[in-house]
Design a binder for this molecule. Structure first.
Ligand code: MRU
Length: 364
């Protein structure tokens, strides 16, 4: 992704491996700030406080966090402590555990003196693989947009609705749900994206809109509850969202509100697709509603809002009455029966165990 002409990934290590740079996503869209992480605790904080977020980027950051930890202490106890500290940062995205387990498995058999370098190599591999996976998701998913465009008049755009941010900022590069949009846009297909604001943290309004703006993709930000109305009036051709954890049975956990969009899509005959890299599949569970842990975050994310004032200051204001309790469920689960199809790096498949196994037969 290019920002003002310069190519960026969302995370990159310094050449000497002593630090890792990230874009502080809590400051977007008002401020583009690069932050340097040098310790395990800084990496854990970046994930917990959502300076970085999005399932694939959480995984990549955790892998680099292991590498930073090994520079300070590469003993067996430190290896376990780094794994546990990073794993405790956010509970829902399975990419976090996947990346941590992968790095730990690589390091455990090595002598401590070799671990820091090996961890950095593994983190770089995870980051590079994420970019390749997302590019492939983009190619496979673009076929859906191409097919929708073929049904349209020459000047009619394909209208895609997306929720939260499953774009470049949620991954190392490209995005998952937004990758097909970028590929189709580069091909010259006319399209327009409905961007759900995605309360309470507004990843749609703040991050997806910022990304699409920088890329020149036509889009409109709508309040979270508008999608059903748009679908009733034929204004959405397809929905594409991301996911933090998809079960072996095809249930999909994603940002809170995704389930309601899937219900509205089902009721209105609008195709509802989920884009996912294979590290987001939790092969160990089948029933997402029962078994996926749903993160509950600080209530102030609901009772307060942050934005830029007319004179350019970024301020936080309270929007609920003093004393009103709030609840902040960060994710929900969309049952497989509401999902038209999954878009993976190996192609499209039905949201079911049988469907996933056609693409990933090694999981049988
Ligand atoms: C490719 S990212 C997929 C998901 O991680 C994304 O849709 C999402 O819900 C992100 O949630 P967040 O709480 O911002 O980390």
């Amino acid at each position: 992704m290019k920002i003002d002409g310069a190519a960026y990934r969302t995370i990159w290590p310094a050449e000497d491996g002593r630090s890792v740079s990230i874009i502080d996503q809590t400051r977007l869209p008002h401020d583009f700030a690069v932050v340097s992480l040098t310790t395990l605790d800084e990496a854990a904080h970046a994930i917990r406080a959502m300076l970085v977020r999005g399932a694939p980027l959480i995984g990549a950051t955790a892998a680099y966090g292991m590498a930073l930890a090994m520079r300070a202490d590469a003993g067996d106890a430190a290896l376990e402590r780094a794994h546990a500290t990073l794993l405790a940062t956010r509970p829902t995205a399975i990419n976090l555990r996947w990346a941590l387990d992968r790095v730990r498995a690589k390091l455990a058999p090595l002598p401590p003196a070799a671990r820091a370098e090996a961890a950095l190599i593994e983190a770089d591999l995870i980051a590079d693989e994420d970019v390749a996976i997302n590019q492939a998701i983009g190619e496979h998913g673009a076929a859906l947009i191409r097919a929708a465009a073929a049904e349209k008049g020459p000047d009619e755009p394909v209208n895609v609705l997306t929720h939260c941010n499953a774009g470049w900022l949620a991954t190392v590069d490209w995005g998952t749900a937004l990758a097909p949009i970028y590929v189709a846009f580069e091909e010259g297909i006319r399209l327009h994206v409905w961007v759900d604001e995605t309360r309470p943290r507004n990843q749609g309004a703040s991050l997806t809109a910022w990304e699409l703006n920088h890329h020149g993709v036509p889009h409109t930000v709508v309040a979270d509850n508008v999608g059903g109305h748009l679908m009733q009036h034929g204004m959405v051709d397809l929905c594409i969202v991301g996911t933090d954890r998809t079960t072996a049975g095809g249930d999909v956990c994603n940002k809170i509100g995704t389930y309601l969009k899937a219900l509205a899509a089902h009721d209105n005959g609008v195709p509802f697709y989920v884009a996912l890299p294979s590290p987001t599949i939790d092969w160990g569970i089948e029933d997402g509603v029962r078994d996926i842990p749903i993160e509950q975050r600080d209530g102030r994310e609901v009772s307060e809002m942050t934005g830029r004032t007319a004179d350019g200051r970024v301020e936080t204001v309270r929007i609920t009455p003093d004393g009103s309790p709030v609840a902040n469920y960060a994710f929900d689960v969309t049952p497989a029966r509401l999902v038209t199809g999954l878009i993976t790096e190996r192609g499209l498949c039905p949201a079911s165990r049988a469907g996933l196994l056609t693409l990933f037969p090694e999981q049988r």
